[in-house]
Design a protein around this ligand. Structure first.
Ligand SMILES: C[S@@+](CC[C@H](N)C(=O)[O-])C[C@H]1O[C@@H](n2cnc3c(N)ncnc32)[C@H](O)[C@@H]1O
Length: 207
């Protein structure tokens, strides 16, 4: 299955881009992870871990006996973490295997939204959960991606430009853009075996 990830994954620009994403999104992510009860002993899977801030947060949170498997198609920034309870794996969620029934928490942020075959990726992620385990997916909701009332400064101008480009693409390729949100993403026919799912669209953090 083609991976189709469009961005550069290494180098200085990639590091900066991932750092900006982390600075913007980590407060909401860690608040939500905390509310799910992530704590000592949990076994966690961080998919498409990027710059590694969430893997590092999980590592601290699950000590002393918990474990984090952090994956990415390009894991160079995850390797640099060098944390004793974090295993780093070069892994493509669309093509590579993962252990079944192994994780109390599976987290993927700003990953599935990039993958045309995201439903397949989701299916694979669900199989990795323990019964009662949590799947937390955070993705942009491009369908309702519009400027808000606080977007009239310089950053807002750039944001409005991005929104306009997205709306234009949406007009031209309506179905693709309508499909680009993974929220709500949980197909009704899936057997959940007591597994639980949460999702968040990070745009909400801009308020
Ligand atoms: C926008 S970044 C988000 C990084 C991190 N999850 C975060 O929110 O800070 C997307 C990440 O997904 C990774 N990625 C893209 N396609 C992937 C795939 N098929 N399997 C696993 N990781 C993938 C990229 O290398 C990149 O690190």
């Amino acid at each position: 299955m083609p991976t189709s990830y469009a961005y550069d994954t290494g180098g200085e620009q990639a590091r900066q881009r991932l750092g900006s994403l982390e600075a913007w999104l980590d407060p909401g992510t860690t608040r939500l992870l905390g509310s799910l009860g992530v704590g000592p002993g949990w076994r966690c899977l961080e998919v498409g871990g990027g710059g590694g801030s969430v893997a590092a947060w999980l590592s601290e949170r699950v000590r002393p006996n918990g474990y984090v498997l952090a994956t990415d198609i390009d894991p160079r920034f995850l390797v640099a973490l060098e944390l004793s309870n974090v295993e780093v794996r070069k892994h493509d969620i669309l093509n590579d295997e993962l252990p079944e029934g192994a994780f109390d928490l599976v987290h993927a942020r700003a990953v599935l939204e990039h993958l045309p075959a995201r439903q397949e990726a989701l299916r694979q992620l669900v199989t990795t959960l323990t019964p009662g385990g949590w799947l937390l997916v955070e993705d942009a909701d491009f369908v309702s991606f519009v400027p808000g009332s606080g977007d009239d400064d310089a950053d807002g101008a750039l944001f409005r430009k991005c929104c306009a480009a997205i709306q234009a693409a949406r007009g031209a390729r309506r179905q693709i853009m309508a499909d680009s949100s993974t929220v709500p993403f949980w197909p009704r026919d899936w057997s959940t075996s007591g597994r639980r799912a949460a999702s968040r669209s990070p745009r909400a953090d801009r308020s």
